[in-house]
Design a protein. Structure first.
Lengths: 548, 548
């Protein structure tokens, strides 16, 4: 079936959303690289001219015009080489658009295919913007037929079973036209375990149709979504033969004439989450023009992890850690915070909370006596946020939020307090995974002081407070959270795992009741199949009861 | 075409999302009322068993089971009367659902139709949850054919032109089966000018097919969406003959045997927005079990308006206004705030900001001298939020946010400061409309002190600050905001209205740059065609340039 020969570059690149001028320049430079590598064709990810996801920018006419202009600007740079690039096409008589791939060569658009299966799951709202194109066809290029499929996440359903959402009929329709290869242009955000799912399905499709499959994916982070790249090529037996870098830009070249030996599948481990979060934080800052971050470091494990990620993402010289001990802070907290900052080499300041706290106690209690109520607990977190935002406003450093997924889930945090920040760096990381990540960071030497890893978690907002006074043990909590939030598991499944109904209902009710706090969260870097934010849209005011 | 005779009750009722037990009870009591009124059939709105919009609750299996159980619980209460109620139906082999209308009678389900045109505009994500049902058919009831159409917002497009999104082919398919009437079961949230659009389209359809049209709509607010009810009946000439109350529960009865005279179209005016906001605030509080509200009252117009709405929604005895004057507050501000509270009869407290402010100045400046920078401006708003949240936590009162749409749009507000609160009551009201609403409130006597209405708006965060030092005049700003946000107008249209490119670009860039603040906003009560929140999904980090 495969006659001719072709050298194809897969350019996994990092666009900035809406930065047409910049994206075009970056695309041109990759076209040049592909040319230098002797390629016939260079392939870019889904919506590569725009950057994915542009959300409602797609509704603005001026935006769409700029996108069309960007495509024209690219044309003069396609002399002697084919360029397959993602953009949008207006549709006569419709307010919706096609999500399109354009094939360019020698200054002309020589082919176009449109996305033919729309996706409306998770954070994706294809139907809000796009119209499905039922007319599936191959693109012709230099005598070969290319079976181009545009898809972000059509590779799998929310549980990773590839069967249901796989556009099988699209593959079949393309197959009927005898393509030389399948090319999947994707903007598929990462979550832990996803790469294996993609590889399994791509391999399965290549093998089934005995046609090589090229998967090219966007890389870089846009708001909450982290794109890992990890482009792949499978031969006609479904064997992996080429693999792009993960969490970095890369170009991989597939030569149809060459004989490739199968290579080993890339194994995901905890380091992928770490690298993803580093990329997520770096792109959030750099793409919005910020260099410097600050965060409150409490001596606890969450802020320790975020400090490490920040130092890696921005450079230690660009990170300020502020410790704001209160009368309830333990000595070890202050020491651990300082030690952490020293180990990381980040700037460190200590600002005592006491004078501010005393002012509130006097104003509201009429004496220096505390009542020990919720108001007094929360005000400490809110004063800390005010101090941090004062520094942020004065020094132009962007505040990051250190809340983890477990506490965000059950509302164990202070709104306008520890939930403040421009980005919730570990807001999709369960507490048990926070420990795993910290152990990964400490794998060679002690960066996070060991004491932070072994002491019992505490908010230290009242004397001798411990998280487990208010919450079930994190091992139980995290397991139920994962089942409920990520897997949408019914209660019966949780019971089957041995959890008591009372514990389950307690946790589920805590989650539902905390929705109002989550509505005001900063964007959460997504590293699981279901992060808080646009991926999970819940009413605040509702009375569904988790009990009989 | 119309043979038999029938008496039909349209029950516009106010469900609580997910409160199956309560909703079923409320539905039963309305069935009883319809029975007492001698009706053959009672019709409820779209998804009436569940309450609209349930968002991702629809993804939980346990939730769907409870919904099916609720339908069964309703069956025994349908002796001798037809009940047309909205719910969902699971689909064999699919993770999606049908958005269905069930016709019940004498303990049995005797008919079912499913929504046949899905909507993915604005806040609506039908495709995320539902599958389209192409098999359009009439329901048979007591010898009559009912052409039932389930639709939230299919009546119009975003600009109010009814043609494009009107499911004309659905009407035609139903018409081919000779229905005695069209019945539109809706959950259509209100925005200003919408009722006229609905009436125009419904009238046009009834007239076109010479078939009466009954429109029954949900009433009550759920989070940001306010449903106005305003159910209507049109005769076969397209004349309005019955009209339900707006912003209240109601039952209207249509007797097919009776001769009706046409009634006058209901005219929307500013009072509709006021009533909508009152209902929105009341339901947000009461449905979540809160009785009491607090807010900061500054002596400015925004907090004055919110205080009036709160007093109306919750009762003046349930509202606390807190004035927190700073060294930059004018005398008139303090007086105006106190006077407003007196006029309204709400509780009033004054808590001076100075001691708290001084503490921050000392800690950060090392002296009592201020620098007059942004940090010092913002800290005042943040101290105010901390004070209000202290009271909220201690006294169990829910804080409401007083930010208006104009300042939210351009980011003229302090994150974690004046943007704090559980609900942004006037977050979809432009500043110029804030004045209109206040004049409406004062139409009979001075409730809002006149001085609040005439003085120049100021944040009073530095000496002699005025809004118009930092912003274009509100008349210009609001016009451009409306064109950009609500109408998605291209820049060229704004220029055609006589605005300078520089002014336009300045405003559009301010809007885009403030996205990070909006992401952390409380829910905004929606009263225009495009409110901030789920209706408008924008990336935070993006570089689309509004200039050439």
């Amino acid at each position: 079936m495969w006659g001719g020969s072709m050298k194809i570059a897969l350019a996994q690149f990092n666009p900035v959303i809406g930065d047409f001028e910049g994206n075009v320049q970056r695309i041109i430079s990759r076209i040049q690289s592909a040319r230098e590598l002797g390629c016939d064709l260079v392939v870019f990810p889904e919506l590569s001219l725009i950057g994915y996801p542009p959300y409602d920018l797609l509704i603005q006419k001026d935006f769409i015009e700029s996108c069309q202009k960007a495509l024209e600007d690219l044309l003069p740079h396609t002399k002697g080489i084919g360029v397959l690039v993602g953009g949008v096409a207006a549709i006569e008589g419709s307010e919706k658009l096609f999500n399109s791939a354009f094939l360019l060569e020698d200054g002309k658009i020589i082919g176009q295919v449109n996305k033919n299966v729309l996706d409306d799951l998770d954070y994706i709202d294809d139907s809000r913007y796009f119209q499905e194109d039922k007319g599936t066809h191959c693109l012709e290029f230099r005598g070969l037929k290319l079976g181009v499929i545009i898809s972000g996440d059509l590779w799998m359903d929310s549980k990773g079973s590839c069967i249901k959402y796989c556009p099988e009929d699209i593959f079949m329709k393309l197959y009927d036209q005898s393509p030389a290869m399948f090319i999947n242009m994707a903007a598929s955000p990462y979550h832990y375990t996803k790469q294996k799912m993609r590889a399994d399905l791509a391999s399965c499709m290549a093998d089934k149709y005995h046609i090589p499959l090229l998967f090219v994916n966007q890389v870089g982070a846009n708001d909450e979504l982290i794109f890992d790249g990890s482009s792949m090529v499978f031969d006609s037996k479904g064997q992996l033969i080429l693999h792009g870098k993960s969490f970095e830009e890369d170009i991989i070249v597939f030569d149809s004439n060459q004989n490739y030996n199968p290579i080993e599948e890339v194994r995901e481990d905890i380091s992928w989450i770490y690298k993803g979060l580093v990329l997520g934080m770096r792109d959030y800052f750099h793409k919005s023009g910020f260099k410097k971050a600050l965060l409150g470091i409490s001596g606890g494990i969450d802020s320790a992890l975020v400090a490490c990620i920040a130092a890696e993402a921005l450079g230690r010289e660009n990170v300020l850690g502020v410790s704001m001990p209160s009368r309830y802070s333990s000595e070890h907290s202050k020491n651990d915070a300082r030690k952490l900052a020293e180990n990381l080499g980040i700037e460190y300041r200590e600002i005592p909370l006491e004078p501010f706290f005393r002012e509130y106690i006097r104003a509201f209690n009429g004496t220096d006596q505390t009542l020990g109520d919720l108001a007094e607990e929360n005000i400490q977190a809110r004063i800390r946020a005010s101090i941090l935002m004062f520094i942020s406003n004065r020094e132009g450093k962007m505040l990051v939020c250190c809340s983890n997924k477990s506490e965000i889930a059950v509302g164990y945090s202070t709104l306008y307090g520890d939930s403040c920040g421009a980005l919730a760096v570990i807001g999709d990381v369960l507490k048990t995974q926070v420990y795993e990540l910290c152990r990964y960071i400490n794998r060679e030497k002690e960066i996070i002081p060991e004491n932070i890893l072994i002491k019992a978690p505490s908010a230290e907002l009242r004397p001798n407070q411990k998280d487990e006074d208010s919450l079930p043990p994190y091992s139980v909590l995290d397991d139920i959270l994962q089942m409920y939030i990520e897997e949408n598991a019914p209660v019966i499944d949780m019971e089957r795992k041995g959890y008591e109904r009372q514990t389950i209902f307690r946790i589920l009710n805590m989650i539902d009741r905390a929705e109002y706090k989550r509505r005001q969260l900063p964007p959460v870097l997504k590293i699981t199949s279901k992060a808080f934010g646009l991926s999970r849209r819940m009413p605040i005011v509702q009375r569904f009861k988790w009990s009989e």
